[in-house]
Design a protein around this ligand. Structure first.
Ligand SMILES: [Zn+2]
Length: 285
């Protein structure tokens, strides 16, 4: 940047000659940047080879938190805690370990550890509702200590109990399973994304046809006296407005509502079907 700065300031007093110098220098800098980018250092080469070698071919489930992750080098990729059984922050200790499909050794060791911690956990007496419910700044020093001890006790006890309640039955029915190939999982995620997008579009289409229908009904309200038989247009009574218009000789308005009601019903049926799991019709995407 210093080189650039030195050249850059005189740009305000450019002559043809130093403009050419300036451009030449910029070109030189650009080329040197490109060269750096194109010739990787030994370390970069090593990292690239390592990444290629470790590149995940499969997905697997974390023994500890149960989340579904890639398996670079055959072990769980680094990931945060999922909150199936607790609310921990940071990297999950199941990262870098064998997936649950292949092993339950780590999680079983953790269950034993949890049971030991619970067995050795010194009970803390409930400090009373007034202490538990009050903000610390309104408590005496003694009560603050009691409150903190109680909260810590509940935290340890609760999280290990949740962990054990989740993991013991999970390990009891454990059996080795096939890992999921990355291509398969990515195809599933793509399809699911597309399907969500498709369902959203169908919902939009349903809302649009509904608005059009209500607008058409409002035209009948303007042309024909609907009250008190009909006072508020909905999708459910739109056909009644159409009948009223027809009997009053407003055939065009009645037909418009009938057509738009059919369009709304079709759009709603498409949306409901997609929502209940039927494949989204490609033409409606
Ligand atoms: Zn995990």
């Amino acid at each position: 940047m210093q080189r650039l700065g030195g050249t850059f300031l005189p740009v305000f007093f450019l002559t043809k000659n130093n403009l050419n110098n300036f451009i030449a220098e910029l070109t030189e800098i650009r080329e040197s940047i490109e060269t750096v980018g194109m010739t990787p250092t030994a370390n970069q080469k090593y990292r690239k080879i390592k990444i290629m070698k470790d590149k995940a071919t499969h997905y697997g489930t974390c023994q500890l938190c149960g989340s579904f992750q890639k398996l670079p080098g055959g072990v769980l990729a680094s990931h945060g805690y999922n909150i199936t059984w607790g609310s921990f922050v940071g990297t999950c200790h199941g990262s870098g370990r064998a997936p649950f499909e292949q092993s339950k050794a780590y999680v079983e060791a953790e269950i034993v550890k949890g049971q030991r911690i619970l067995a050795n956990l010194a009970p803390v007496e409930h400090p009373g509702y007034m202490v538990v419910s009050r903000m610390p700044q309104f408590l005496s020093d003694e009560d603050k200590v009691k409150k903190a001890a109680w909260e810590q006790y509940c935290d340890i006890k609760g999280s290990w109990e949740r962990f054990i309640a989740y993991q013991v039955p999970r390990c009891a029915k454990w059996e080795p399973k096939e890992l999921t190939p990355v291509v398969e999982e990515e195809a599933r995620r793509d399809a699911s994304k597309k399907s969500v997008k498709g369902i959203r579009n169908l919902a939009r289409m349903r809302d649009l046809t509904k608005r059009e229908l209500i607008k058409a009904v409002e035209q009948i309200e303007k042309a024909v006296c609907c009250w008190p038989a009909l006072s508020y247009p909905t999708t459910a009574n739109a056909h009644k407005y159409a009948n009223l218009a027809r009997s009053a000789g407003k055939v065009e308005l009645a037909d418009d509502v009938t057509n738009k009601l059919a369009a709304f019903k079709a759009a709603k049926a498409n949306y409901d079907a997609a929502k209940s799991g039927a494949p989204v019709v490609a033409s409606s995407l």
